[in-house]
Ligand binder design. Structure first.
Ligand code: MN
Length: 239
């Protein structure tokens, strides 16, 4: 076979996806290509930019996805390319994030957290969780309303930029929050666990519509929570 033909055959090798225990829902969106180069990519939004109106506005969604999330992806690729970290999955990096450069912590968290965030929201969603997840919330927090109070409080009182989380920690549901783009999978987290629901409380997530009124953004956000997806994450995280 001529060398040129052989090379063009290599070019046709399909993209392989890495699988690990957190990657069932393709949150890491890491693709390993046939040339062994590894790149993180911006996932497509699973709905239109205006689909979460009026609770989350179109312009916020568009800037959040195409500018903020894209920047985390680009900066993460720049931070890992050509280093020992290249080719590793995000969860693998999070396990030892305290020993890695700040650019990997900030942008790796930014990529993973937003991958989750888009999926735990949907149009025509909201309401109350049912089934196994609904039961687990009632048993952990007393009632859905009590859970919401605790989550809202974590989101509203997170000083500066950060995230509120519902996580499975030691096989139990727990509410926690984290600063910046940290998350509960990181070795630096106050409460470690597997996130099943996350809320972005950076100002870029709400300021265009809500300005300084973070509690109003949080209250309205419950109308777009995709409990079907949160339930799947819960089923995957609980033993
Ligand atoms: Mn954000």
């Amino acid at each position: 076979m001529k060398r040129r033909n052989f090379i063009s055959m290599l070019g046709a090798v399909p993209v392989f996806y890495t699988i690990n225990k957190y990657d069932k829902f393709n949150l890491t969106n890491k693709k390993v290509r046939s040339n062994n180069m590894s790149k993180f990519e911006l996932p497509a939004l699973p709905y239109a930019y205006d689909a979460l109106e009026p609770y989350v506005d179109k312009m916020t969604m568009e800037i959040h996805h195409t500018k903020h999330h894209q920047a985390y992806v680009n900066n993460l690729n720049n931070a890992v390319t050509g280093t020992q970290m290249e080719g590793k999955g995000l969860e693998e990096l999070f396990n030892e994030i305290s020993k890695l450069p700040a650019a990997v912590r900030n942008n790796g968290g930014g990529v993973w957290n937003h991958n989750l965030f888009w999926k735990v929201m949907a149009p025509n969603a909201g309401g109350n969780p049912s089934g196994k997840l609904g039961d687990a919330i009632n048993s952990a927090f007393g009632s859905f309303e009590d859970f919401k109070k605790q989550f809202n409080n974590a989101a509203a009182t997170r000083f500066g930029s950060g995230w509120a989380w519902l996580v499975v920690s030691n096989n139990k549901l727990v509410v926690t929050s984290s600063p910046n783009q940290d998350n509960p999978l990181m070795d630096v987290a106050d409460v470690k666990g597997i996130p099943v629901l996350g809320l972005d409380v950076w100002e870029h997530a709400y300021y265009l519509k809500y300005q300084n009124r973070r509690p109003e953004y949080i209250d309205n956000w419950w109308n777009v929570v995709n409990w079907e997806h949160v339930s799947k994450l819960f089923d995957g995280a609980i033993k």
